[in-house]
Design a protein around this ligand. Structure first.
Ligand code: PHE
Length: 383
């Protein structure tokens, strides 16, 4: 036994010295920063799994630039401080030059400041707030990209749907002002909704720590709006819509991509609608192939194929986009890769992606309806 160990040690040492074993240094490292714990863990799990599927497929075909792809996964918790720590760790200790993440705008924005300053290419799959890719002075952050549409468009799609499809003349807006995504999307919705002739009859704020929404829901009940716009994440949506139903509020709730989760409480949110990036019902060939590959790799508690959501689809697209750009650049120098990414045309699961000057893709949105049994595809809205 000891002899065997010694022998294998000698063999490995010899291989390493001769350069026949790929060492860490030869691999291309990608960091995945996602909220695996904290308020929205389904976002993190789906993002990680979508990204890992893409990497597995590339590695099965030999990697990129004839090098294997290695990953570093960090839990950035959808929260600025852990996100900053994770970004510093992967850049300074793990020496990554590429980051896929974060999910939440309020985590992606601080990460982008670090990545851009250190010339590390960051692509957020899902962060929709404009400030992720554009600095306060209006300049595009050179090294920062995203794979999703942005909230001025998402808010406009929601407003148009409220006005034209739901025939809603009045809206009540509920928001968490400390969440960049929620605050931004609420503003963009309001702008488009009032410009389109709708009237905002009330606006109330809460915090992410609140669990009892009785006070603000009483105001909603009194205002009798046609729709309630609630552009927050599923954890908050579950609480608010449940308490609204208990209060007898019948107005339709409308939200954004943050509603997308296998943990969305369908009973509570039934009758609501939300804008999103993807639907597993999509019949586009890229989407059909992705649904199949994802379900083959990942199973739920009952051993059934897992159904990917928008987080998984966009993480898959963002990772594929990044690897295609590295390949196109013929180099893993982020300065060359970002130049390649700016020019790329990429057919993803979530649609065709080309970047505008602010490093944002111009893409269509999907409208989904929540019933007490499932989330149904409603329609696609083009930019
Ligand atoms: N768009 C959200 C944000 O910027 C994140 C998100 C995207 C959540 C897609 C769910 C689905 O914070």
């Amino acid at each position: 036994m000891r002899g065997l160990k010694l022998l294998s040690f000698i063999v490995i040492a010899a291989l390493l010295l001769s350069g026949c074993v790929p060492t860490g240094g030869n691999q291309i490292k990608i960091a995945i920063l996602a909220p695996l714990s904290g308020p929205v863990p389904t976002f993190g799990v789906m993002t990680r799994d979508g990204a890992l599927l893409a990497i597995e497929e590339w590695n099965a075909k030999g990697g990129v630039l004839n090098r294997k792809i290695a990953t570093v996964v960090e839990d950035s918790q959808c929260t600025p401080d852990p996100a900053v720590n994770a970004a510093n760790k992967v850049i300074d200790q793990d020496k990554v030059k590429f980051i896929v993440g974060e999910v939440c705008s309020k985590a992606s924005i601080p990460i982008s400041e670090i990545a851009n300053a250190k010339k590390v290419l960051q692509i957020s799959p899902t962060s929709t707030n404009p400030d992720v890719t554009v600095a306060k002075d209006g300049k595009t952050k050179e090294y920062i990209f995203r794979a999703c549409f942005i909230d001025p468009f998402q808010g406009q799609v929601g407003a148009k749907f409220a006005l034209e499809n739901l025939k809603a003349k009045t809206a009540f807006i509920l928001l968490d002002q400390a969440n960049d995504y929620v605050k931004g999307l609420a503003e963009f919705f309001e702008k488009s909704y009032t410009a389109g002739g709708g009237k905002v009859v009330g606006k109330e704020t809460y915090t992410a720590k609140d669990t009892d929404f009785a006070a603000i829901l009483s105001k909603v009940a009194a205002a009798k709006p046609d729709v309630v716009y609630l552009p927050d994440y599923y954890n908050i949506v579950n609480l608010v819509t449940k308490q609204a139903k208990e209060k007898g509020i019948t107005a339709a709730f409308l939200g954004g991509d943050g509603w997308d989760s296998s943990d969305l409480d369908l009973k509570a949110a039934a009758g609501g609608y939300f804008t999103n990036h993807y639907s597993p019902d999509s019949t586009a060939p890229e989407a059909v192939a992705f649904l199949k590959a994802f379900g083959a790799k990942y199973k739920d508690d009952k051993g059934q194929p897992k159904v990917p959501d928008a987080l998984a689809a966009l993480a898959y697209d963002a990772t594929n986009l990044l690897l295609a750009s590295i390949k196109e650049a013929g180099s893993d120098d982020p300065t060359k890769v970002k130049a390649a990414m700016e020019k790329i045309t990429f057919n993803g699961v979530s649609g065709k992606i080309t970047f505008d000057k602010a490093h944002n893709p111009v893409k269509s949105a999907t409208l989904l309806k929540v019933t007490d049994k499932k989330v149904e595809f409603n329609s696609v809205v083009n930019p």
